[in-house]
Each structure stands twice: as C-alpha cells, then as structure tokens.
Write a protein that binds this ligand. Structure first.
Ligand code: ADP
Ligand code: SR1
Ligand code: MG
Length: 423
C-alpha cells in the first residue's frame, strides 16, 4: 500500500463519520444532500469489520470500514485493510453480473478502507438468523442458484478468453492475505493443535482429537487446500456462508465478499450448502414443545437439493447459450458435436459437485472444532444438547469428505445427511 494512503487512514467513529459523509457527495446525495441531521448506529456482528447504518429523514445508507486487524480476535491478529478494496471490487463485479442479488456500491475510499453501499432494508435479515428462527424462504434456492450460476459462469474460462481471465486472476492474487487466513482456519488449524481452535468441551474433546489424528481426512483436506490455492476457476465470493446473505421471503442479497479471489467454484457452492447442513443439524437444539422443527428440517433439505439441481441446470444453460462465444476452455471447433459437448459438461459438473461436497464438509468441520463458530449451534444454550448436534454434523461432514466421489446425486447426499440425524 502506498505511504500516502497509510497517512490518510483514520478509523472513524460515529461522530467523525458524520463529517466524512458531509464531505463526500457520493454518500451525502443518498441522505438528502448532507445538510440535515443523521442518526448512526454501529451494527457489525461479523467477525472482521465495522458496519454503520446511517439514517437521515430522506434516506439510509450503510458504511463499512476495515481496521488493520481481525475484529473478533483483536489487534493481536493484524490483517490487511486492503480487504476492503477486494470487497468493493468483487461487489461491483458481481453486481454487474447479477444486480438482482447484490447491493449497489455508492462509494469506495481505498486510503480509508471504507465503502458506502445500499442499505438492505428491513424486513431483510441475515439468513442465518432466519434459519435459527425457523423461517422458510421459498425463493432462496432459486435466488442463490441464480447468483452462483451467473457470478461463477461469467467469471470463468467457459465465458472469458484467457487474456481477460489472467488479468482478473493477476488483480485478485493480491488478496493473498485473506486467502492465507482461510488456508489457516479452514484447511490447517482444525487438523492440528492451535490456540485458535475451540469446541464444546469436554463433550467433544475426543471428537476434536479424532479429527487431528485422522490420516484419511488429512489426505483429503490436503487436496482441497491445494485446489483452493491453485485453481483459479472463477471470481468467487470466498465466504458465502449464511451470515453473508440477507433475505426476505421475496428477496435475497449477498453481502461481504472481502475474501473474493479467483478460486475454485466449489468453494462458494460448498460454503452455502455446508452452512445449510449446519443449520439442519442445529434444528434439534432449537426444537421445543411448541415446534419440533421436523417440517422445517424437511424444508432445509429440500432447499439444499433444489439449490444444487437448479444451479446445475442454470449453469449448463448459460454454457449452452454462450458456447459459440469467447470462452477458451471448450472451443467450439474442438467440442464440435453436441454429444461430445454434453459429455464434457457432465464431467465438468460431476467434478464441481464433488468439489462442492468436499469444500462444504471442510467448512462444516472448521465451524465445530476450529475458530469462528456459527450462531446456529452457539445459540443452543444446553452444552450437552449442543454437542450432540455438533457431533452429528461433524460425523456427517467427515464421512462426506472421505467419500465425496461416491456421491452421484444431491438426493444421495440428502439421504446421507438424514442418516446421521437421530431425531
Ligand atoms: P464482516 O465483514 O465483519 O463479516 P458483514 O459484512 O458480515 O461484516 O456485516 C456485518 C453485519 O452488518 C451484517 O450481519 C448485517 O447485519 C449488517 N450489514 C452489512 N451490510 C449491510 C447492508 N448493506 N445493509 C444492511 N445491513 C448490512
Ligand atoms: C478469524 S476467522 C474469521 C472468519 O470470519 C469470516 O467470516 C471468515 O469465514 C473467516 O474464516
Ligand atoms: Mg461477514
């Protein structure tokens, strides 16, 4: 980062943010020009950054600022502020490709690591909170399959030529520090002793130890880690869990792509599916006399199934539509008959399915025995009940990770998930 940019950085608080907004027409214009008074509330409940909702009588915006450390750990874990740049860039690029599910970026200040964006208004809530409350979102699978198909297909070599693709890869390679964080907390720490690891102790002591001693698991995770680092398949969101999605029954908005880079598509698909599976296993901990959550669990499984199946159909649909375009991976004069192309597509989608299962399972495991647990499980107050839900999720994830290539359909995965659920 340039020295000049370092000098002009200052962490904002609610008071200094008012002055910043007044001096920034791209933000003030959404609040009636900046003359009147504004109300500011810090709402950051994520792990990394500060998020402010700024309200005036004529509008509301969101301002997000990255400070040079990991918020949930503190300044003992320094972290590049450049993550804000990659978040704004990925939001803008994904917004160009899929505006219906991406909030608009109004303003980005690289020196201040600060972004202003559309306020995703109530009744939108974070999907994870809706899943904990047992709310059904009938359009979620349709919307998320749409978002994933468009953002992943249009940033891949199936659509772009190699020159443009490499330009994108080169730019996002600089988000290395964020990738390194993921390499550590998803693919390494759960498999070794680390001061950051945590689990529901003493209930899961043996389970956590078993993960650290499971050679078969370690061989699989090594391949996934390499793929995460080496495979520049598409511009992925990089952190597509259910805390990065805001929803109403009619609308789905994806936020927070600060881990964006050219990586394996399966990492995004797996993050979404894996977090839905965690939500599924948490339901037994949220069940009570008024609601046994059985119908809700069925809805989650149906959503998992539809998300993959719709994604697959939409993604291949885009591929067929653009097969004569500039994409250089499958040149039309090489894959020149429809039988060959459909064989190639089948192979591509099977590999992507297995990658998604592998990454999804890795994401589940890290949320149970690593750092940064999920509210779905954390909010289960009774520790022994929580551990039971976590153990079922952990055992399901371990077996999928070790046997991902045996699954041919998402319906088989659904049966597998059910087989680890005792209720
Ligand atoms: P972090 O990068 O720290 O994970 P997030 O981007 O996940 O932060 O944002 C933290 C919280 O701020 C979200 O859970 C959500 O409640 C709120 N938030 C973030 N962006 C918006 C937005 N554009 N509109 C409304 N609320 C938002
Ligand atoms: C220090 S780990 C913090 C986690 O929060 C983010 O949302 C990512 O998932 C990251 O792994
Ligand atoms: Mg977040």
């Amino acid at each position: 980062m340039a020295a000049e940019a370092e000098h002009s950085f200052r962490p904002l608080d609610e008071a200094s943010l008012v002055a910043y907004i007044k001096a920034t027409p791209a933000l003030a214009s959404h609040l009636g020009g900046g003359g009147g008074s504004v109300e500011i509330k810090e709402v950051g409940d994520g792990n990394l950054n500060f998020v402010y909702i700024v309200k005036s009588s004529s509008g509301t915006i969101v301002v997000k600022q990255a400070l040079p450390y990991v918020r949930c750990v503190g300044d003992s874990w320094p972290m590049t502020r450049e993550r804000a740049y990659f978040e704004a860039s990925t939001l803008r690029e994904h917004g160009r490709l899929c505006p219906e599910h991406t909030p608009e970026v109004y303003h980005f200040d690289r020196a201040m690591s600060l972004m202003g964006m559309r306020y995703i208004e109530p009744p939108h809530i974070i999907l994870r909170k809706g899943l904990i409350a047992g709310v059904e979102y009938p359009l979620l699978a349709d919307h998320m399959s749409n978002y994933m198909a468009k953002t992943l297909f249009f940033t891949s070599l199936l659509y772009n030529n190699t020159t443009d693709h490499k330009k994108g890869v080169a730019e996002y390679c600089a988000n290395a520090e964020m990738c390194r964080l993921t390499e550590q907390v998803v693919f390494s720490d759960p498999y070794r002793v680390s001061k950051f690891n945590r689990w529901t102790s003493p209930y899961l002591d043996k389970d956590a130890e078993a993960v650290r001693e499971d050679d078969e698991l370690k061989l699989e995770i090594a391949e996934l880690k390499s793929m995460f680092i080496e495979r520049a398949q598409a511009l992925i969101h990089g952190d597509l869990h259910t805390g990065s999605i805001m929803v109403t029954p009619d609308s789905t908005q994806v936020i927070d792509p600060e881990f964006g880079f050219y990586g394996p598509m399966g990492y995004d698909i797996g993050a979404f599916l894996g977090n839905l599976i965690l939500a599924y296993y948490a339901q037994n901990g949220h069940a009570d006399q008024s609601n046994d959550r059985k119908a809700y669990k069925k809805w989650i499984l149906k959503t998992i199934e539809e998300s993959w199946n719709l994604f697959q159909t939409k993604f291949v649909g885009l591929w067929n539509k653009h097969k004569e375009g500039n994409g250089e991976a499958y040149l039309p004069d090489v894959y020149n008959n429809s039988n060959l192309l459909s064989l190639a597509q089948k192979k591509y989608m099977t590999n992507l399915f297995h990658d998604s299962l592998g990454f999804g399972s890795a994401k589940m495991i890290r949320r149970i025995v690593g750092i940064a647990h999920v509210e779905d499980l954390e909010s289960i107050k009774d520790a022994s009940k929580r551990a039971e839900c976590e153990r079922a999720a952990l055992n399901c994830a371990k077996t999928i990770l070790k046997g991902m290539r045996q699954f041919e359909t998402i319906e088989q995965v659904i049966e597998h998930i059910k087989s680890f659920d005792r209720n």
